[in-house]
Design a protein around this ligand. Structure first.
Ligand SMILES: [Zn+2]
Length: 295
């Protein structure tokens, strides 16, 4: 038997807000939970769903002992519907969305709420989004749809306009560091470094550690240093990088560039955040000409 889902500590405020809306019977039919990748939005949505289904929630949390909580812990609550692509990274099929319709317009089996979690909401094409639209407009009473996305720009406007938006910001750095220290068994300095590499997203930082991405990261930094010192040509370095995860690499390059821009605009060396490439980034930043002096 699995356990109930617990949201990360940095979602406490969001959870309190939604639980209060629920207590006042003011919850809308659909919430669009959005924010950056890797902070645990889907877990938050699922833990809130479990609280809504719980027969005796306490302080905005599921009790863990009632019949509903037992069903949720076993992953078999009949009034919870998790809609996600059949394969990670693929689109939600229109047939999957239609199957959701049967769930939404049936009666809650446990007599309470019916909750749907759609993760990610940006994985719908026009046909599946259209199939969902009517359900978003008239989902029936005591039904809540929780849509989750890290890519707001890819959620269709017609979907966005029918949901109340819940923005999830990047967790406070110190909170994230102490969480990462305990989950990843790290010291503070290392936790801070790994968090910076992962744009402040703690869950992503933990995945970075668990998937041993440190060696890929080191390969990126080594490659850049080799190009700068003319030890290898950009082409050779690019060929070596081909084996790495391209999306990940581009994300890292983007955030290194941000650091260089910051270093070029600020006088002090502390403006660079990536410790693992500090000297190189500062050296490049010093060679740059600020744009205004070009005019
Ligand atoms: Zn319960």
């Amino acid at each position: 038997m699995t356990e109930l889902i617990t949201a990360y500590p940095w979602f406490a405020e969001r959870n309190k807000h939604l639980a209060e809306l629920h207590r006042q019977k003011r919850l809308p039919h659909a919430l669009l939970i959005h924010g950056m990748q890797g902070i645990g939005k889907a877990l938050f949505a699922k833990s809130f769903a479990q609280m809504l289904l719980c027969q005796q929630p306490e302080s905005g949390k599921a009790c863990g002992v009632c019949k509903s909580c037992e069903l949720n812990a076993a992953g078999s609550h009949p009034d919870l519907f998790i809609l996600q692509p059949e394969e990670a990274g693929k689109q939600l099929k229109v047939d999957q969305v239609r199957a959701l319709g049967e769930f939404i317009y049936s009666t809650a089996q446990q007599g309470g709420y019916r909750v749907v979690v759609i993760d990610p909401a940006d994985s719908m094409n026009i046909a599946s989004a259209n199939a969902l639209l009517k359900m978003l407009e008239e989902p029936g009473s005591d039904t809540l749809l929780l849509l989750v996305t890290s890519k707001m720009g890819q959620v269709l406007p017609t979907i966005k306009s029918r949901c109340q938006h819940i923005e999830c910001v990047t967790p406070d750095t110190e909170v994230a560091i102490s969480w990462l220290m305990s989950e990843g068994d790290l010291d503070e300095e290392r936790a801070r470094g790994v968090l910076t590499i992962n744009r402040g997203a703690p869950k992503e930082a933990l995945a970075y550690l668990n998937n041993n991405l440190g060696e890929d990261r080191a390969q990126l930094i080594r490659g850049l240093a080799d190009i700068l010192k003319q030890r290898r040509s950009p082409l050779e370095v690019a060929q070596a990088w081909q084996k790495l995860d391209l999306e990940l690499l581009l994300g890292w390059l983007y955030s290194l560039l941000t650091d260089i821009a910051r270093g070029a605009l600020c006088e002090n060396d502390d403006s660079v955040r990536h410790e693992d490439a500090r000297n190189m980034l500062n050296a490049v930043a010093k060679k740059l000409t600020p744009l205004e002096s070009l005019n």
